[in-house]
Design a protein around this ligand. Sequence first.
Ligand code: UDP
Length: 369
Amino acid sequence: MINKQLKLILVSTPIGYLGSGKGGGVELTIVSLIKGLISLGHKIILIAPKGSKLPFESELLEIRLIDGIDQPSWQHQKKTDPVLIPSNSVLPKLWEDVINIANKSDAVINFSYDWLPLWLTKTQPIKIFHLISMGAESKIMKETISEISQFFPFQLAFHTKRQSKDYDLKTDPIIVGNGFDIENYLFNENENGPLGWAGRIAPEKGLEDAVRVAKSLGEKLLVWGLIEDKEYASKIENTFTEEIVEWKGFLPTNKFQEQLGRCRALINTPKWNEAYGNVIVEAMACGVPVIAYDLGGPGELIEDGFNGFLVKPNNIEGLIKATKSISEIKRRNCRNWFEKKATNKVFAKRVENWLHKGLNKKISTDFQN
Ligand code: UDP
């Protein structure tokens, strides 16, 4: 049976325009999913902050750009901080636009990890679906997501089970993983390259632990990513006086994958409940095995001994031991894992199933009582 074409509004992250890198992994998730949903024949309207660009065009895609000030990201606020909406914020403007055009569509998918779109779920006739992109980094967000899960359980989805466990959910969570455009990643057979690390340069990403591994092995560590926290980046430079870190900058996907693919291993050292870990799968798509802390998403993406190694969080000795054994992992396994589990087509199918499930459920009105 061919599924009916859906008319979908996708609302981008309000933390930066698409392509800025400020939105972290969510940016790539949105771009990959749009391509996947279009390949399944769905019609997309993307509403995104001004400056956003997509690397492809399609008759099935319309982009509406909205001007305004970036939202502060929750991961750099205190757990008990209140909701902040800056003057001239882009977040309410994105959602004003959604409300204005909603009657032309079947559903809205929200990618911002913020309070306003969750709250709007209770007030709008159109069904708003939320792909939750982080673990519970704030009290108000945790409470709001838990409340939505009670009344609209089929309108929430998570990237991994471990991420979803951060929340008090009333029913079994819907897990959709993530997906990446297979055409963008080339398999690289070279087993003898350098060690790599990639991610936003910010404390929750734990770059310092990977640098320690490189130092102990007397090697350089190649580092890709947006410097989000300048103070943290200089602290790393000053702590490791020898030239161990080679900063490669924040590159577009085609260049990033080409350089990443030459590595013999990617080291991933999160200090928080990583919701997914895009860079892990991007590395595997190029054939690069990953050594990661067994924390959050990485623990569900890495099959220990097959496509990489999992190490107890904060265990530098464990990382070093795993790095020394990396030649035991077949690079082909990593690519195969990616092709089976995390292409954008597979991901779009999972999202399509989620939407159908949610669209077929009656909206609960119990929360109004
Ligand atoms: N990235 C990139 N160019 C780079 C380094 C990283 O485009 O030079 C992107 C990468 O593709 C990934 C994102 O940065 O999508 C990091 O996402 P991840 O899920 O690993 O972590 P987050 O920043 O969301 O916490």
